[in-house]
Design a protein around this ligand. Structure first.
Ligand SMILES: Nc1ncnc2c1ncn2[C@@H]1O[C@H](COP(=O)(O)OP(=O)(O)OP(=O)(O)O)[C@@H](O)[C@H]1O
Ligand SMILES: [Mg+2]
Length: 290
């Protein structure tokens, strides 16, 4: 069901002893996209791997709480991946570890081949600023800065010495907000604020954009606009997006959806549609890690 690494799809691989196999190996419980294990789709093109998780796990309280069992995941460049699963299943944990916002307690995350666990805090911060973009659910703009200043912020934090307003305005134009550049966040609608957040995430031309429920606080029409922007960032500009979502409609914008349950990757869908996503969600049930 999954392509292998570099075959143009995200690949999650079952681990010996793991509950479920995700690439069609024996023991795989869910094979949901009707494709034989491990074969690339006819249109799959070899593309570089942007993000790799090797046995990445996260526990709390000295191992007493397992938020994420060891997970393997490979995301090729130019891929739009949805991470789904019930509340408490480990989605945000996976995203935070993958984005270098949290340190896994086991395993290795690589962004463009760079192992994050080998980096000092200072280098990790720099990598996050330069190679990673973030979009969160809501309220993540600096209220006292204009839209353009918010978008320019990652460039300034990254030590940009040249003019930053030009790139910020171009990024705002790309999300349809060129005429709102000097407005404060409070003067923008929720959807417009989220489009500013998308512009801010993309302005540094990051290797990968992580989005944690970016449409969770938006109405369906506005959510559609934000998802269309992310899709275009992938299709037109070759960006890579990893998005946590609860919404089967949002997942349907993605090339692939992977599903967590109780801290484990348990299923995946290539070219997910809302009905199949809903069916998987129904089958995997409740979420908290055990
Ligand atoms: N700092 C922490 N200390 C203890 N347990 C934690 C901590 N952070 C997360 N957990 C636990 O890890 C599990 C996974 O949490 P996580 O936030 O990744 O879930 P999620 O899938 O993002 O849920 P939601 O859909 O509700 O956002 C949960 O059971 C949670 O209670
Ligand atoms: Mg979460």
């Amino acid at each position: 069901m999954f392509g292998r690494r570099g075959a143009g799809r995200a690949a999650a691989r079952g681990r010996p002893g793991g509950e479920l196999s995700l690439d069609g190996q024996p023991g795989g419980e869910l094979s949901l996209d009707g494709q034989p294990g491990g074969q690339a789709s006819p249109d799959a093109r070899p593309r570089g791997e942007v993000l790799a998780l090797d046995a990445v796990g996260r526990t709390h309280r000295r191992g007493a709480i397992v938020a994420l069992h060891p997970v393997d995941l490979s995301v090729p460049r130019g891929h739009f991946l949805a991470v789904m699963g019930p509340s408490g299943s480990g989605k945000s944990t996976l995203l935070q570890c993958a984005a270098g916002l949290d340190r896994p307690t086991s395993g290795t995350v690589r962004v463009e081949g760079v192992a994050l666990d080998g980096l000092t805090e200072a280098r990790l911060t720099r990598l996050r600023r330069e190679r990673v973009g973030f979009v969160f659910q809501a309220h993540n703009l600096v209220p006292s800065l204009s839209a353009a200043e918010n978008v320019a912020l990652p460039l300034l934090l990254g030590g940009a010495t040249g003019e930053v307003r030009g790139p910020a305005l171009r990024a705002l134009a790309a999300v349809g907000l060129a005429d709102r550049a000097d407005d404060l966040p409070a003067e923008l609608s929720g959807g417009q604020q989220q489009r500013v957040a998308v512009a801010r995430a993309l302005v540094t031309d990051p290797a990968v954009v992580f989005a944690d429920e970016p449409t969770g606080a938006l109405d369906p029409v506005t959510a559609h606009d934000v998802l269309a922007l992310l899709r275009r960032a992938v299709d037109v500009d070759g960006h890579t997006v990893v998005m946590v979502t609860h919404d089967p409609v949002a997942a349907a914008w993605c090339d692939e959806a992977v599903f967590l349950a109780r801290g484990r990757l348990v299923a995946a869908l290539h070219r997910p549609d809302p009905d199949r996503v809903h069916e998987v969600m129904r089958r995997i049930g409740g979420g908290a890690a055990a």
